[in-house]
Unconditional design. Structure first.
Length: 265
């Protein structure tokens, strides 16, 4: 479906069910250089188990119009306007990587409107290696290759997908290649300059689940644990044998963790 936010069309997948703003709603927010397709399994499960779902494309990503927003604060306030456009008083937010820090900042900015959080692949600071940041600006294809290598665990690099015939690293490269010029550098810059993590985490009051991966080289599990310790009452799940691209590498484990953490069973 399409929503209109800031006079731009915003695309969202509803998980195969008609969207109903009167039901409990979960909004899935993708990471840097990605789009709604990273949430295929998780969004469909929630849509078919009593929830309304919006797996969105952020501005300038996927099928959404507009320019990518330059910083995480702007992205967070944009989520509030998206909720207005969808007729939502409240929602639960699920975010991965850049999407996770957007979700956290949204909960801090709009505490009365966020019912709960699930934050995947997140750390108190999301610094980007200078070599990757330069590549995102000057040679995006090289940046995509670097991200693909760094964001997958060992098993993903030798074809051990749960679905026969699915090539995880190849799929990641194809997804990144769909980016419009400048989008990846915008996203990486927004992550790199985000500096309010500990302060924001300390002010979160809604139920929060943090999901980290043991083999994550982009947002290391050790740092994810630190963030969990900053959010009062948060629940931590550690996934084994996968890296940063956990929704593709361990889709069932991610779904199980979300079901448990969001009380959706």
């Amino acid at each position: 479906m399409f929503l209109t936010v800031d006079n731009n069309a915003v695309f969202a997948v509803t998980g195969g069910k008609d969207f109903d703003a009167t039901r409990p709603t979960v909004i899935f927010i993708h990471g840097a250089g990605m789009d709604h397709t990273c949430w295929q399994l998780q969004s469909r499960w929630f849509a078919w188990h009593g929830w309304s779902v919006l797996a969105i494309d952020l501005p300038g990503h996927g099928r959404s119009e507009g320019n990518p927003l330059p910083n995480v604060s702007d992205m967070a306030t944009w989520v509030g306007r998206l909720m207005d456009a969808a007729g939502l008083k409240t929602a639960t937010l699920v975010g991965h990587s850049m999407g996770a820090i957007i979700a956290m900042e949204t909960a801090a900015a709009l505490p009365d409107r966020i019912d709960g959080l699930a934050l995947l692949g997140i750390t108190p600071a999301m610094r980007v290696h200078p070599i990757l940041l330069d590549a995102a600006r000057d040679d995006p294809d090289e940046a995509y290759r670097m991200m693909t290598a760094w964001s997958h665990g060992e098993a993903a690099k030798i074809g051990r997908n749960q679905v026969p015939g699915i090539w995880m690293t190849g799929n990641a490269l194809a997804l990144f290649a769909r980016n419009r010029p400048g989008v990846l550098f915008n996203d990486m810059s927004a992550c790199n300059t985000w500096n309010t993590g500990p302060k924001t985490a300390g002010g979160i009051s809604c139920p929060t689940q943090i999901i980290i991966a043991r083999q994550d080289m982009m947002t290391p599990a050790k740092k994810g644990r630190e963030l969990a310790g900053m959010i009062a009452g948060s629940h931590l799940t550690v996934l084994e044998n996968c890296g940063h691209m956990m929704m593709a590498e361990a889709p069932d484990a991610v779904l199980d963790a979300l079901i448990e953490g969001l009380g959706a069973a």
